[in-house]
Design a protein around this ligand. Structure first.
Ligand code: NAP
Length: 738
């Protein structure tokens, strides 16, 4: 069936009908716009104010010539109107409505038509205001709002297509939903809040003595919150009755929540109060991220950020770079599973660690912050996690997904782990397979990709696992599952990987057996709350170490840097190149070795970088290429083919960029040969790779002209505040956003 629209009839010319008429008339894509209302003054006003082309005097006549009929009357009036129009519609007539509830409109249609016409597609614009009547018609009302269509089994797809394009022509986004789902969702998001607003204002207005004062001193927040209590009482009366069951369910849930809060206040139960408030605050942001499928920190994806660095200068002073990402993740996980309150400082407020934090909040853990890197975690003990209300969304964080899968495999409840589009492409089989060997039940999408559906209530047994490839995430995942498994769980790695999980478990008082390349845990232990000052990330510190090493006159101290033996390749390599670098104040924090790194300018010399140091400094090579370009002689990098499959092909990106600056450099399949010498300026493509961007920023210290670096938005996610800190230290860089 194909529909042709020459005449559109809108029945009920109030706020919604009038607004729709106005925009359709303006767009001129849906023929003549005729209005009908039981109040002829309204249609008269509609004609006079240009909302409609003409007013229908006889409903049967108007229906007979209409190709599209839109019912914009109150939900309670729908059945009468349908009865009135039924005798005059034809097979080609398209019919829709705008009612705020859907099941009752469809039930009315069933009663009136018996068999639903194929041209009938119910709908509901999620837009409106507390005004009513055609005088309030606003042709921008639906712009950037959602419209839900709830097609029936009988509805023809051509009808759905036309109505979709009609709503899109008003500037709305169209969604399709099942009828019951619509009524359930709207009961929670619209009908319940209206009940709260009506009831709150009514309750306060009945206060005997000081009700005028209450309203006189009410701040803006109260007015915003209660604005919807100004909505049309009859319409809301009708909606309550039309969506009674779904609304009652939501009212009951809310009443229980409010009663719990009341009890918490009565008993001065701070934990429940703070839990409710922090969860609620975080939930608002969390859901907007899920809905937009974006990450946790500020969404920079569509922002163009450019760094412009002026040549010369030196770095000096004492600075602290942001916290280590791996340790930030683990501080939340183990803090949540510990008994007692864990205080974390230096937490990296990057999107990945925030994803982990939110997941534990979703599982009932009360977590305050982060506030300037400070987080307070009210641990629930190893068996205290609660079933989350929905899937755990971890954004772009592979670490969160892989580590959490180990923990979740052992919980009593089912969970689902989901992420953004790019995480959904990454393989999870490497954790799901060994977890299944322990007895876990995990379903993945095709080829072991997310989402992961993890069945709760499985008894896990310890295994010994020889990792086929070196991966700290797989090792950590299995050790975390091992905290709950029967017997011992041990993991042997083919090459050393980061051991932050083992160290932090020990820091929380949980025994870990370490025997050469094998780490093992057994169930039955307990994690004791701890205080963790997350060490600064040595990978972030690297940019400043290289800056001080290459810029004459530099004298810089980097405070509280993690010097885990699996991460200190950069220190070893810079020393071999002749850097003047000393470790001060070496100490241990939560199982992790930490030091202040003092580095002063000294001329560097080219070396062949020992291949055994490459895995210990793999993330640091972009900055090391810059150090090599400033050294005397030739530096050879080999055995670093992994650099070609990082966020960008880092060998190519550095070779291209340094060549632009006039450096004599040649790429090889597994590294590069770099001859030190003078550096000019130029425009560099960072390929959205944060480490490439920061490395060229550091290079400016030895350049003779301005360096402009494109596509720097990602720097904010791994190193929040980089530009500001670089400026403080002495690098002449500016950030431009467009
Ligand atoms: P409104 O401004 O009061 O307009 C409704 C109009 O329909 C009034 O002019 C009313 O006339 C007329 N009407 C009532 N019964 C009729 C009948 N049997 N035949 C012909 N006309 C009749 O209300 P509205 O806000 O536009 O709401 C209309 C529909 O949109 C409702 O189903 C509502 O659930 C839905 N909706 C409203 C909003 C919102 O925020 N307002 C948002 C989304 C959807 P009288 O004034 O004489 O009763």
């Amino acid at each position: 069936m194909s529909y042709k629209i020459n005449t559109t009839l809108i029945i009920g010319l109030g706020l919604i009908g009038g607004s729709l008429a106005k925009v359709l008339r303006h767009n001129r894509q849906f023929g003549q716009i005729i209005g009908f209302d039981r109040d002829s003054d309204e249609t008269q006003l509609g004609v006079e104010s240009g909302v409609i082309d003409s007013a229908a005097t006889s409903l049967p006549d108007a229906v007979s010539i209409a190709d599209l009929i839109i019912l914009a009357v109150p939900v309670k009036a729908m059945e009468n109107v349908l009865t009135d129009i039924a005798p005059f519609i034809s097979e080609e007539t398209l019919i829709t409505d705008v009612g705020s509830t859907k099941a009752n409109v469809v039930a009315a249609a069933h009663r009136v038509f018996g068999t639903i016409p194929t041209g009938f597609v119910p709908g509901h614009p999620i837009a409106g205001s507390e005004k009513s009547g055609v005088a309030a018609a606003d042709e921008t009302l639906f712009e950037q709002h959602k419209v839900i269509l709830t097609p029936l089994a009988e509805s023809s797809s051509a009808a759905v297509t036309i109505l979709t394009s009609m709503w899109q022509s008003t500037g709305a986004e169209v969604l399709v939903m099942e009828i019951d789902k619509h009524d359930e969702v709207l009961a929670a998001t619209s009908h319940l809040p209206h009940m709260l607003a009506f009831s709150l204002v009514d309750t306060l207005a009945q206060e005997q003595d000081n009700n005028t004062d209450i309203f006189r001193y009410a701040a803006g927040g109260f007015r915003d919150f209660t604005r919807i209590a100004g909505s049309d009482p009859t319409m809301w009366h009708d909606i309550c009755l039309a969506n009674k069951d779904a609304l009652l369910t939501q009212l009951d849930r809310f009443t229980t929540g409010l009663a719990n809060l009341r009890t918490a206040i009565e008993c001065s139960d701070s934990e429940t109060m703070l839990g409710t408030f922090t969860r609620a605050r975080a939930a608002r942001e969390h859901f907007s991220r899920i809905l937009s499928g974006t990450a946790y920190s500020q969404d920079m994806s569509d922002k163009q950020v450019t760094f412009r660095a002026q040549p010369g200068g030196s770095v000096s002073g004492k600075i602290r770079v942001p916290g280590d990402k791996s340790i930030s993740h683990r501080s939340i996980m183990l803090g949540s599973l510990a008994d007692g309150v864990t205080e974390v400082t230096g937490f990296l407020e990057g999107e990945d660690s925030l994803a982990t934090l939110q997941s534990f909040r979703d599982m009932g853990v009360v977590i305050e912050g982060p506030n300037d890197g400070e987080v307070t975690i009210y641990g629930v003990g190893l068996n205290g996690l609660k079933e989350p209300p929905g899937p755990l969304y971890v954004g772009n964080s592979g670490t969160s997904m892989r580590l959490l899968s180990g923990l979740l495999a052992a919980q009593a409840f089912d969970t689902e782990l989901t992420g953004d589009a790019s995480l959904t492409k990454r393989p999870m089989g490497r954790v799901a397979d060994p977890l299944r060997l322990m007895g876990a039940e995990i379903e993945t999408a095709e080829n072991g990709r997310p989402p992961l559906k993890i069945k709760g209530g499985q008894a896990l047994s310890g295994i010994h696992y020889d990792m086929p490839m070196a991966s700290a995430q797989v090792k950590s995942c299995l050790l975390l599952a091992g905290l709950y498994a029967d017997g011992e769980t041990s993991v042997t790695e083919p090459a050393p990987t980061r051991d932050h999980t083992e160290r932090m478990l020990t820091g929380f008082g949980y025994p870990v057996k370490q025997n050469g390349s094998t780490a093992a845990v057994s169930a039955g232990g307990q994690l004791h709350a701890s205080r963790i000052d997350v060490p600064a990330d040595i990978s972030s510190a690297t940019f400043f170490m290289v800056a001080a090493a290459i810029a004459p006159g530099s004298d810089l101290t980097l405070e509280h840097v993690g010097i885990n033996p699996t991460r200190i390749g950069i220190i070893n390599i810079l020393r071999l190149m002749g850097a003047d670098l000393e470790l001060l104040n070496e100490r241990e924090v939560g199982g992790e070795p930490v030091a202040d790194i003092h580095i002063r300018y000294a001329p560097l010399k080219g070396i062949h970088i020992p291949e055994d140091q490459v895995p210990l400094a793999i993330d640091e090579f972009p900055a090391l290429f810059v150090a090599a370009a400033c050294a005397e002689g030739t530096t050879v990098v080999s055995g670093a083919e992994e650099l070609r499959v990082k966020e960008s092909d880092r060998i190519q990106a550095m070779v291209d960029g340094l060549k632009t600056l006039g450096v004599d450099i040649e790429g090889t399949p597994d590294g590069a040969i770099i001859k030190g010498g003078p550096m000019g300026g130029g425009v560099i493509e960072s390929h959205d790779d944060h480490r490439i961007a920061m490395s060229f920023c550091v290079a400016s210290l030895r350049a003779t002209d301005t360096i402009t670096i494109n596509e720097c938005a990602n720097v904010a996610t791994s190193f929040p505040g980089f530009v500001e800190l670089a400026q403080t230290a002495g690098i002449k860089v500016e950030k431009e956003e467009g």
